[in-house]
Design a binder for this molecule. Structure first.
Ligand code: SAH
Length: 298
């Protein structure tokens, strides 16, 4: 009997140690759960990016004026329009966009996701996925889907990009960029268009697009510099403030030329040392950029 005591003591000690180890594990797990990854990050590179629906819980809208707010806020994709006319969008992408050699998978996905018909007036609904620009009122147009895709691809966006757009128009191009980029700042000179685009983008769930009514000539220096700048109205000269607000390593695409004559899409890249490189990439026809750029240069 006496010989059994050490064995029994050993068993009790092991038992106690196991219970303690288990308790320790539970404590560690509980701590991890409450202080682990913050749930305000909705969709980093691993999730939600590339147009995935945002599955995370509600969160406070971001304050665009807070330079320290680094949260990644993704489009919500909850509006019913995202589930409508999917086949037409798929056909638009394969026949008009892939067929013309746009290859960036993020751009193709964005073009499949964004409901173009939600940015178009009732009278033009049946042409929403046609291979052409369409009127959006007040003498302005939404660009041809291929041009939107081509320009977006040229910007080489990723989920960290901060984009500036001049010429919000319907808001469609901004939404396409917002599917890929982190944040899109867009400026529209016609106030009525700026406010209707703002409304549409809000209803559709684009918390990473920030709109402003004003002359895009001056850019948006408070939020610059930008990784990418896209101009969707043609100017006879490239606004210097936009060049200044482009980051080294950044890319800018915009139509350059006379309002009624020849226009080219111009791709401007700023290298790491701040030197500019310019290339004409395609002849185009855009509505004119108005405001400051039309004033004679002093
Ligand atoms: N990107 C738009 C297409 C816009 S058409 C879309 O996806 O629908 C060009 C727009 O540029 C027009 O709405 C026009 O009013 C606007 N615009 C022209 N000059 C401007 C300027 N100086 N600043 C900001 N917007 C301007």
């Amino acid at each position: 009997m006496c010989e059994e005591h050490p064995a029994a003591r050993k068993r009790i000690t092991y038992g106690l140690l196991s219970v303690l180890a288990l308790l320790g594990l539970i404590i560690i797990l509980l701590r991890f759960n409450t202080t682990g990854a913050p749930n305000t990050i909705l969709a980093g590179p691993q999730g939600g990016f590339q147009g995935e629906p945002n599955k995370a819980p509600e969160q406070e809208p971001e304050d665009p004026n807070d330079p320290n707010d680094k949260r990644l806020i993704r489009p919500l994709h909850k509006h019913p329009a995202f589930a409508e006319r999917l086949e037409e969008r798929a056909a638009m992408v394969s026949r008009q966009i892939e067929a013309r050699a746009v290859k960036d998978p993020n751009v193709l996905k964005a073009m499949r996701v964004v409901p173009r018909h939600a940015f178009i007036r009732p009278a033009e609904q049946r042409y929403a996925y046609a291979d052409s620009p369409l009127p959006i009122g007040l003498d302005q147009t939404i660009s041809q889907p291929y041009i939107v895709a081509f320009m977006t691809e040229a910007l080489k966006l990723n989920h960290n990009s901060k984009v500036l757009e001049i010429g919000t128009g319907s808001g469609y191009q901004a939404a396409v960029c917002a599917e890929i980029a982190q944040k899109v700042y867009t400026i529209e000179i016609v106030e009525a268009l700026a406010s209707s685009a703002k409304k549409h983008l809000k209803e559709l769930g684009y918390p990473n697009v920030f709109t402003k009514a004003g002359d895009g000539y001056f850019g948006w220096p408070e939020h610059g510099p930008f990784d990418a700048i896209i101009g969707t109205a043609a100017a006879g000269r490239i606004p210097q403030p936009l060049v200044d607000q482009l980051k080294p390593g950044g890319r800018m695409i915009l139509p350059h030329g006379s309002p009624r004559g020849f226009q080219y899409l111009v791709l401007i890249t700023k290298d790491k040392d701040g030197n500019l490189h310019r290339r004409n990439v395609m002849p185009v026809r855009f509505v004119p950029m108005t405001g400051e750029v039309q004033k004679p240069k002093e």
